[in-house]
Design a protein around this ligand. Structure first.
Ligand SMILES: C[S@@+](CC[C@H](N)C(=O)[O-])C[C@H]1O[C@@H](n2cnc3c(N)ncnc32)[C@H](O)[C@@H]1O
Length: 304
């Protein structure tokens, strides 16, 4: 359907997010091995029909399911639990209050809560479907690796172990104070043209305790990501999106900050030393990271 033609107006961002969230969730709940078999059978059938349009469509479907299988199931590049654990480690936090802006299914806040037990999570998304379906249907059995605060030993947590309050609201209407230890967004900044990026960063800072962390991630500008968004266009591309480099994230998020350190996941020791209690820069340290598919930034609020 061409929405613009039907309604004779530009699609509002909230509507385009609702299309995105539905399409994305439909792919998440697919029985991928079954769909792979079916797409191959459909392709063979199309070939024997000698209809070029049917063959092209069936080939496109095969490519999409193969790519999804690779990105999501083989690489685990969408939830990316190992990468995210490596990046979230080492923050100076106990029982944090976490605000997740544009939370969708809420994955990253739950991963943080497993690593910083006793966390209180507030998820915010203006698409009600995210609360009623993406979050509600998030598998109860999905294991989040964190640690047991009384023993320090590794511990597996599940969705039901977390304290979550899910608010369906526009971020711009929130009336929280500066009450959160972490304000987080995943895949938000890159959906805004440059003239609005400063405002998006300010949404995060607005609700942060003086000592809190802003954690933001965007997909990385790299050939593989471009290919992914091109092949998966009808699932992923309902809204404006640009792929960003760490340098661009720096430009738009750290303009107001003082220091910048760019490291990779493997340079984790640098992060640890920067965040250690002995580091005199600790309270004013923005950190940028790259994992396989994402750029991450940690901003520690300036104490002014
Ligand atoms: C790209 S998604 C975040 C990526 C997410 N981790 C996922 O897996 O889909 C961005 C989310 O932010 C929400 N969102 C965008 N603008 C918003 C706003 N102004 N207020 C509340 N939620 C918003 C959208 O509904 C969407 O669910």
């Amino acid at each position: 359907m061409n929405w613009e033609q039907t309604y004779q107006t530009e699609m509002p961002p909230k509507t385009s997010w609702s299309y995105f969230n539905k399409a994305f969730h439909e792919w998440f709940v697919k029985d991928v091995p079954k769909e792979m078999t079916e797409s191959k059978q459909a392709f063979l059938k199309a070939v024997t029909s000698f209809k070029p349009s049917a063959i092209k469509e069936a080939l496109g479907d095969i490519m999409k399911i193969q790519l999804w299988n690779y990105a999501h199931r083989i690489q685990d590049g969408i939830w990316d639990p190992r990468g995210k654990r490596a990046l979230f480690e080492g923050l100076d936090l106990k029982k944090p209050r976490i605000l997740f802006l544009g939370a969708a299914e809420g994955y990253e806040a739950m991963q943080l809560a497993a690593m910083y037990p006793g966390a209180e999570i507030v998820m915010v998304d203006y698409d009600e479907y995210c609360k009623t379906t993406r979050f509600t249907e998030f598998p109860e059995s999905y294991p989040f690796l964190g640690h047991n605060p009384s023993t320090g030993a590794p511990k597996i947590y599940y969705k039901e172990d977390f304290s979550v309050d899910y608010t369906v609201e526009d971020i711009r209407n929130l009336d929280f104070g500066k009450e959160f230890d972490i304000v987080l967004s995943v895949g938000m900044l890159e959906h805004f043209p440059d003239e609005f990026k400063g405002e998006v960063v300010d949404w995060h800072r607005k609700f942060l305790k003086p000592d809190g962390y802003v954690v933001m991630t965007t997909p990385r500008s790299q050939l593989r990501s471009k290919l992914y968004y091109q092949v998966m266009a009808d699932v992923m591309n309902h809204t404006y999106r640009e792929l960003m480099t760490v340098e661009q994230m720096w430009l738009f998020t750290c303009m107001r900050m003082v220091f910048i350190f760019s490291v990779t996941v493997t340079s984790k020791c640098i992060m640890e030393s920067l965040l250690s209690p002995d580091n005199p820069l600790k309270n004013r340290t923005p950190l940028l990271f790259m994992s396989e598919g994402f750029c991450f930034i940690f901003l520690k609020q300036l104490k002014t």
